[in-house]
Design a protein around this ligand. Structure first.
Ligand code: PEP
Ligand code: MN
Length: 343
């Protein structure tokens, strides 16, 4: 339930509304946009509360159709949240491009790719060290060595880093090495992992599960925030449909829907949606045009030898050329691609 306050409501009236709700034991949210203030509660409102609140001085209207995911919903927080992560801001005017290999394979590999994506304009370096592979015989990642190589390559290229954490027991370890923790599609409803990521201080990029509705996705994000971490970035990466030509179906519609329902920044991963490098650029353009705040793209210096997801990884040249095209799409919608200052 939310209460929208009158524009002319006094500070005292606002505090009175908050105090009343808190004294009744509710966890209270306060959002503001321009000169409008929204006070809400987390959880269900009992019958009669909306009426009682609506009668208080300073309250313009109450609504009890606000979603259960109060902490991430735009109904409670009309203003878009900017998530600062390793010196980069998601959710501002500028679009942030995260790039790097699916997996960190060696110190030399991640260094080469880091240098190359940085000079093409990437603002963050990705690389998996713990890989959630469909087959137990697939490359599982280099573990802590991979995290060390990633951090070292990122710092050499001037890029903050992101890597996936696959289990609650690894959260502390991954958080020690990277700037952003990634929760993968397969783990979107791993509630212990969501809670553990909520209890640590680094920002979290949460991927939508292949089979998850937008409502389930936002409830998963709510877990992270409810456990104490407000710095969450949502990532659409394609969902499973009847179509088999692509690896997944990129749900471009999710971008405007998520932006309408949530105040959190929205990033799109065109690589895991497409499954083939030839289609990544078109999907990246569509994502930027649809209003995404960022992109997460797989890039490899030698995709044919990649230990995972080579078929969908752009070459370093392909990435450079995609970045030039994206700048034009961003300009057409009055945004820009945030580019790292060349060293
Ligand atoms: C990845 O980013 O390499 C990955 C495994 O992604 P997803 O969880 O979206 O499949
Ligand atoms: Mn991958």
């Amino acid at each position: 339930m939310i209460a929208i306050l009158h524009r002319q409501c006094t500070l005292q009236q606002k505090s009175e509304v908050v105090r009343r709700l808190e004294s009744e034991g509710y966890r209270v949210t306060v959002g503001a946009y321009a000169d409008e203030t929204v006070v809400g509660i987390v959880g269900d409102a009992p019958p009669g509360l909306a009426e009682r609140l609506g009668a208080m001085p300073g309250v313009r209207e109450t609504r009890d159709d606000a979603p259960a995911y109060a902490l991430v919903s735009r109904a409670h927080h009309p203003e878009t949240t900017r998530v600062r992560a390793g010196g980069v801001t998601f959710g501002g005017e500028e679009i942030i491009v995260i790039a790097g290999p699916c997996s960190v394979e060696s110190q030399a590999q991640i260094r080469t790719i880091a240098t190359s994506v940085a000079s093409a304009g990437a603002r963050m370096l990705r690389g998996g060290a713990f890989k959630p592979r469909t087959s137990p015989y697939g490359f599982q990642g280099l573990g802590e060595d991979g995290l060390r190589f990633l951090a070292e390559a990122g710092s050499g290229a001037g890029l903050p880093t992101i890597s996936e954490v696959v289990g609650a027991e690894d959260v502390e370890l991954v958080a020690r090495h990277v700037d952003v923790l990634q929760i993968g599609a397969r783990n979107m409803q791993n509630f212990r992992l969501l809670a553990a990521c909520g209890r640590q201080g680094k920002p979290v990029l949460l991927k939508r599960g292949h089979m998850a509705t937008i409502d389930e996705f936002l409830n998963a994000a709510e877990y992270v925030v409810a456990h104490g971490n407000p710095r969450v970035i949502l990532c659409e990466r394609g969902i499973r449909t009847f179509e088999t030509a692509t690896r997944n179906t990129l749900d471009v519609s999710a971008v405007p829907v998520l932006r309408e329902r949530s105040h959190l920044p929205v990033v799109v991963d065109p690589s895991h949606a497409a499954g083939r490098r030839e289609w990544v650029e078109a999907l990246a353009r569509a994502a930027v045009a649809a209003g995404a705040d960022g992109l997460l793209v797989e890039v490899h210096d030698d995709p044919s030898r990649a230990k995972s997801d080579g078929r969908q990884s752009l070459t370093t040249e392909g990435f450079d050329s995609m970045m030039r095209g994206l700048a034009r799409i961003a300009a057409a919608i009055d945004r820009g691609i945030d580019r790292r200052e060349p060293a």
